[in-house]
Design a binder for this molecule. Structure first.
Ligand code: PNS
Length: 162
């Protein structure tokens, strides 16, 4: 069984993430899309909300499942017998940070990180920008799945009325 994890904050999941999920699902027997905590980011959605959204949007791929983890990624891999970490690279600017994490994770556990080049049509796309656009009432419908668009519009309305 070739099993990989595709970890991230997914706050929220974007069309760029879905592209990597689809392509990773074609390379492995099973892909776990795992919501992990990035201590340097402030989140808009709770982990439970992110899981619920992810579960809705990965139904097209039978070998993809969704999970969350509050500890180290390498401990998740060890506990769940995962052989590879999949990461998407949008641009050279992603590389420094991703390389450092890949090397650290390899050093800590031996688990390998496999990078997939983002589809160029998504190379500008980031969850942080989606949130910023939505904050100002901009249209994010071409950037995220419909399940995310609905939730983000609702969350912004809640925040604006608070
Ligand atoms: O989508 P992101 O925010 O770029 O994903 C980063 C994430 C969540 C995968 C990373 O912060 C992570 O692996 N967090 C779990 C804690 C951990 O293992 N940290 C050590 C990394 S070398």
């Amino acid at each position: 069984m070739r099993r990989a994890v595709y970890p991230g904050s997914y706050d929220p999941v974007t069309n760029g993430h879905l592209d990597i999920i689809e392509r990773a699902a074609g390379q492995f027997d099973e892909v776990v899309v795992a919501v992990l905590i990035n201590k340097s980011k402030k989140s808009l959605f709770t982990v439970e909300e992110r899981l619920e959204t992810l579960r809705e949007v990965v139904t097209a791929w039978p070998n993809v499942r969704v999970d969350s983890w509050h500890g180290l990624l390498v401990d998740y891999c060890r506990t769940h017998e995962i052989q590879a970490i999949v990461k998407g690279l949008r641009a050279v600017s992603d590389f420094d940070y991703e390389l450092q994490m890949a090397q650290m994770n390899q050093r800590l556990s031996g688990v390998e990180t496999l990078f997939m080049a983002a589809n160029p049509v998504y190379s500008f796309l980031a969850s942080s920008l989606v949130k910023e656009i939505a904050t100002y009432g901009g249209d994010v419908s071409a950037l995220v799945p419909a399940a995310v668009e609905h939730r983000i519009v609702a969350r912004m309305a809640e925040l604006n009325s608070a």
